[in-house]
Design a protein around this ligand. Structure first.
Ligand SMILES: [Zn+2]
Length: 164
C-alpha cells in the first residue's frame, strides 16, 4: 500500500528532523529519498552548521542520493519532506528527476517564517514543470509534522523569524 509506505517513510523523515533536537526556531526539517524500498539519503537541513544558505534538507538529500547512486537522475524515487518544499527545493526536485514529492505539513499548517516572504506556490511549480512525470502530494502525517514547527498564529519576536 503506497499510503502506508508513505507514512512509514515520513516517520523516518520526522526522526531525521528531530535528530538535532526539536527547537522550532532551528527549522527542523527532515528529508528522506527512497527508491524501490531502499533509502538513498536521509538528511536534515544544515544551513547554520555549514553554513550554506542552500543546505535545506531536500537539497542535502538530493546531493547524497546522487552520490550514493552515482547517478545524476533519481527517476522512480520518492522524496519525502516533513514540510512543503520551498521554491528552490521544488525546482531541485524537478531537476533531479524524482518521480514523486510527498510532504507533511503544508504552508498553512505552520508559521509564515518558514517560507519565502512572498508566496511562491510550489504546487504550481510542479503543475507548470517541463516534466509531466512528477507528482506532488501533501498532507502525509501533516499534524505530526506540524508539531515540529511554530504554529501559524504564534507571536514570534522578529529575531526568531528566520526568513526576514
Ligand atoms: Zn527548501
Amino acid at each position: 500500500m503506497a499510503g502506508q509506505d508513505d507514512e512509514q517513510w515520513m516517520r523516518m523523515a520526522i526522526e531525521v528532523a528531530r535528530s538535532k533536537g526539536s527547537d522550532p526556531s532551528t527549522s527542523p526539517l527532515g528529508c528522506v529519498i527512497v527508491l524501490d524500498g531502499k533509502v538513498l539519503a536521509a538528511e536534515r537541513n544544515q544551513t547554520h552548521e555549514l553554513p550554506d544558505a542552500t543546505a535545506h534538507a531536500e537539497m542535502m538529500a538530493i546531493r547524497r542520493a546522487c552520490e550514493s547512486t552515482g547517478e545524476l537522475e533519481l527517476r522512480g524515487a520518492t522524496l519525502y519532506s516533513t514540510l512543503q518544499p520551498c521554491g528552490m527545493c521544488t525546482m531541485a526536485s524537478i531537476w533531479s528527476k524524482v518521480g514523486r514529492v510527498v510532504y507533511g505539513a503544508g504552508r498553512n499548517d505552520v508559521h509564515a517564517m518558514y517560507f519565502e516572504a512572498k508566496h511562491v506556490d510550489t504546487l504550481s511549480f510542479i503543475g507548470d514543470a517541463y516534466r509531466d512525470d512528477i507528482v506532488i502530494k501533501g498532507g502525509c502525517l501533516a499534524a505530526e509534522c506540524a508539531t515540529l514547527y511554530y504554529p501559524p498564529d504564534a507571536e514570534l519576536p522578529v529575531e526568531e523569524q528566520a526568513n526576514l
